[in-house]
Design a protein around this ligand. Structure first.
Ligand code: PEP
Ligand code: MG
Length: 589
């Protein structure tokens, strides 16, 4: 039994066999074969090794010609390994003695070598591990050939393990088959993590290197509450987790019973609990969990799996689907496209207009993303605005601009919106002329300029995911800086406090829509700072409602005041945990 620790990003417990994915999505299950197939498997092995070695020799020659022999030699070494009799013998003995299928025998042997290299002190051989994976991939490619399976075609339940998963790969996971996933990379507020929450799949990210310790088919326990991955658990651990899984399920159904109760503090203050969605279909579970509306619709997910820009009609149909589910009277905040950085920006899309970059940026999180990109591509921006305005004739639609970092940017967005309104008017197309306009506060400059921005909008929505990242200069996707990345950091709290104060002065509503708002640890703090609207991942709605219903504004204000006096994120978080447990002992169970 081995235990790995990572970052818990989507709650729940899953128990199931490992499906190890490499970057090329090979599936390597632990599979045994009948004795009479042993010779056939050994034959497949020697064919695959021979093909892989021949391919590597070709690479060696090509690279030598292009870059010189010192680089060609890298492939020469790979070819030597592929023909190394010790390697062949080890794989063959797994097939002959243990009756393992050849793919699994290859994978297990290569991973044993990789682990041995990794454990050599000094770390100078760790680089070679990448070579071993490369060789493994090459052999598997020859073995699996057309049998390469994609995640969406899975037929049995599995726990997916991978170095990383992109948000779109995650979105394609089928929760009926993928019971959990664990990645080496990633951070708490990465979009991959967000999508996992949306799909209700327990997930742990940012574990660091662990793939060499697992083989396909190993039994795993994923504890999405505490960020644990347990490889080949002993009987006792397995039984304990089966119990935890059952308790979690029954708690879920108890939380579900809160659905019809208001999100109201014990001293009578109402809190609006809204849902964050990425796909129109999610508005149904959102409502089922008791959301009063949609506080953040991340429309960039309309690009998922697409090679071209969505048309005005496609935008409109997506928005109308959400509005219908929200019974037209519930608010739906549509955020304009927040493309770029780690979110769906197919290189080259839009390149024909010259408005979009065609080469990767050196620092995409500080680059041409989000509203900056839209302001350079007015056709795209106006298409979406037309659809939002047209949808506003059918319900309580609100528009919100992401990543605003200067006042001028906000003014430009509003000016374009005014132009689009004029066009629609001329065309006689119906829309709400008083469509509420909001801006996200997710860049420190916007938080600092909140007073100026407040004069020009109807509402703010604090995007803590980016606000924390940019305030602490800590990449939200990078597990190695995840200890810096904390919503409880005093710098973040000061920015939020300032935004709330500025908004109150101009009667602007403040919503919080980053992952912080869905974490029960921060509910009292946000209430105490004066926040009365939270937009959270649908699965967090009942949990947050329970905390709201256990708190009073009076004690939350005291908690917030005390938290603001503390000097480090750790002190703030410990204090908040203690105070939340005081009012609701089971808040974090
Ligand atoms: C945020 O940054 O907090 C936010 C809600 O936006 P996203 O997570 O989509 O970047
Ligand atoms: Mg953001």
């Amino acid at each position: 039994m081995e235990i790995k620790r990572g970052i818990a990003v989507s709650p729940g417990v899953a128990i199931g066999p490992a499906l190890v994915l490499d970057t090329e999505w090979f599936r390597i299950p632990q599979r045994t074969i009948p004795r009479n197939q042993v010779e056939g498997e050994c034959h497949r092995l020697s064919m695959a090794l021979a093909q892989a070695a021949a391919e590597t020799r070709v690479n060696e020659e090509a690279v030598t010609a292009k870059l010189g022999p010192q680089y060609g030699a890298i492939f020469g070494a790979h070819a030597l390994m592929l023909t190394d009799p010790t390697l062949v013998q080890e794989i063959e003995s797994l097939i002959r003695n243990e009756n393992f299928a050849v793919e699994y025998a290859v994978s297990r042997t290569m991973r044993r070598y990789a682990k041995a290299l990794e454990s050599i002190e000094g770390g100078y051989l760790a680089e070679r591990v990448a070579d071993l994976f490369d060789i493994e991939k090459r052999i598997l490619r020859h073995l699996l050939g057309l049998r390469r399976e994609q995640l969406r075609d899975l037929s049995e339940p599995v726990v997916v393990l991978s170095h990383d998963l992109s948000p779109s790969e995650t979105a394609e996971l089928d929760p009926r088959r993928v019971h959990a996933f664990v990645t080496e990379a990633g951070g708490r507020a990465s979009h991959t993590a967000i999508v996992a929450g949306v799909l209700d799949i327990p997930a742990v990210v940012g574990v660091g290197p662990f793939l060499t310790d697992v083989s396909g088919g190993d039994v795993l326990v994923v504890d999405g509450h505490h960020g644990l991955l347990i490889i080949n658990p002993d009987e006792e651990t397995l039984e304990r987790y089966k119990h935890v899984r059952a308790t979690f399920r029954s708690q879920e159904s108890k939380l579900h019973e809160l659905r019809h109760l208001p999100a109201q503090t014990r001293d009578g203050s109402r809190v609006a609990l809204l849902g964050n969605i990425e796909f129109p279909q999610e508005s149904t579970p959102c409502l089922e969990r008791g959301a009063e509306g949609v506080g953040l619709y991340r429309t960039e997910f309309l690009y998922l799996g697409k090679q071209s820009h969505p048309s005005e009609e496609e935008h409109l149909q997506a928005y109308l689907t959400v509005l219908r589910t929200m019974e037209s009277h519930r608010p739906v905040v549509i955020r304009t496209l927040d493309l770029g950085a780690d979110k769906f920006l197919p290189l080259g899309v839009g390149a024909e207009s010259g408005a979009w970059r065609t080469a990767p940026e050196r620092n995409p999180f500080l680059g041409l993303r989000s509203v900056r990109l839209c302001l350079r591509n007015l056709t795209l921006f106006k298409t979406q605005m037309r659809a939002i305005l047209r949808a506003s004739a059918f319900g309580d639609v609100r528009i919100m601009f992401p990543m605003i970092s200067t006042l001028l940017e906000l003014r430009q967005c509003k000016m374009i919106l005014a132009e689009v309104k004029e066009d629609l008017e001329e065309e006689g197309i119906a829309f709400n002329p008083r469509l509420p306009v909001g801006t996200m506060i997710e860049v420190p400059s916007a938080a600092l300029l909140a007073e100026l921005l407040a004069r020009e909008v109807d509402f703010f929505s604090i995007g803590t995911n980016d606000l924390i990242q940019y305030t602490l200069a800590a990449d939200r996707n990078n597990e190695t800086v995840s200890t810096l990345y904390s919503p409880g950091d005093p710098a973040v709290l000061r920015l939020i406090e300032g935004v709330v104060r500025a908004a109150a002065k101009y009667n602007v509503t403040v919503n919080v829509c980053g992952e912080m708002s869905g974490d029960p640890l921060y509910t009292m703090l946000l209430l105490g700072l004066g926040i009365r609207q939270l937009s959270v991942t649908p699965h967090s709605i009942p949990t947050i409602k329970r905390v709201v219903r256990s708190a009073t504004v009076e004690e939350s204000v005291k908690v917030a005041q005390e938290a603001m006096r503390l000097e480090t994120a750790r002190d703030v978080n410990n204090y908040l945990r203690e105070q939340t447990r005081r009012i609701l002992p089971s808040a974090f169970d």
